[in-house]
Design a protein around this ligand. Structure first.
Ligand code: ADP
Length: 265
């Protein structure tokens, strides 16, 4: 178990989990962080998806570096207001395309270092983006966070049955390690036509809500497929405004803001 003194001024710790890859877990992590910052909170994001760290890109921070101070690794801040910082293995790799092929013990050591050696400072929320499924990183983080008592986990799924079936495993995992399930988010839930506002359910619908009801956990809501979120990320590197300002003017900000409010109430 780690020394968790680096987390002593962190008020809340939330984990973001998904049963499989590509369902939008990192996007949900990013939007949760941006929504919390928009509500005035100070937020840190830790990316423990060691084989596919995508958060530097999602936050428009690719190419930035983590600095080593006498107190430990200083996470990368998105701007000078210092409301939002990110720590990811992606900042430590020489090249974005570098493959991380590590055995379990090395992954465990890295997760431990992320908990012990990062100067998180005062944070209202620390969000932890995990790899899909239940892997070495999940087992390590559950072990490392025992003393820090995380608030719980947000589970992300798409509406189809095949994705929700995988989320059941995450629910069981949470149960086993004692993480409270804060709620289920159904991502990519329909496409809202930008011209007529009609919603087309490209995949089936309601899988996330059904699963939440079945396991008696809160359903936080549906997030539609919105190309503007992808554009926001793509254009951020060249934008003069900061990411939070750009996000606040996007459609998803309202949907996410309401969803996050449920967690705060
Ligand atoms: P995961 O972390 O589960 O692997 P990502 O968050 O990386 O998934 O999302 C996979 C891809 O889908 C990314 O390109 C992301 O921008 C896109 N995406 C995720 N959610 C949405 C959404 N609601 N609307 C549009 N694109 C989305």
């Amino acid at each position: 178990m780690s020394d968790i003194s680096s987390l002593c001024n962190v008020k809340h710790i939330l984990l973001i989990l998904s049963g499989k890859g590509g369902v939008g877990k990192s996007s949900v992590t990013t939007q949760t962080a941006l929504s919390l910052v928009s509500k005035g909170f100070k937020v840190g994001v830790l990316d423990i998806d060691l084989t596919g760290p995508s958060l530097p890109r999602m936050f428009g921070l690719e190419g930035r570096q983590v600095h080593q101070s006498s107190a430990g690794w200083v996470p990368v801040y998105t701007d000078s207001t210092k409301q939002l910082c990110v720590m990811s293995l992606g900042f430590l790799l020489q090249d974005r395309g570098d493959a991380v092929v590590w055995r379990g013990p090395k992954k465990t050591a890295m997760v431990r270092q992320f908990i012990k050696d990062v100067v998180w400072g005062d944070l209202d929320y620390l969000l932890i983006d995990t790899p899909p499924g239940t892997s070495d990183e999940h087992i390590s983080i559950a072990e490392e966070l025992k003393l820090a008592r995380p608030d719980g986990a947000i589970l992300v799924t798409t509406p189809q049955g095949v994705a929700t079936a995988d989320v059941r495993k995450e629910l069981n995992f949470c149960h086993k390690v004692g993480f409270k399930v804060l709620g289920v988010v159904e991502n990519m839930s329909g496409f809202v036509c930008p011209h007529c506002d009609e919603c087309t359910n490209i995949f089936s619908t309601g899988g996330g809500e059904g699963l939440a009801a079945q396991f008696n956990v809160p359903f936080l809501g549906r997030v539609p497929i919105d190309p503007s979120f992808v554009l926001l990320i793509e254009q951020q590197q060249s934008s003069e405004k900061n990411l939070v300002e750009n996000y606040q003017s996007s459609k998803l900000a309202k949907i996410f803001g309401d969803m996050i409010q449920q967690l705060l109430d």
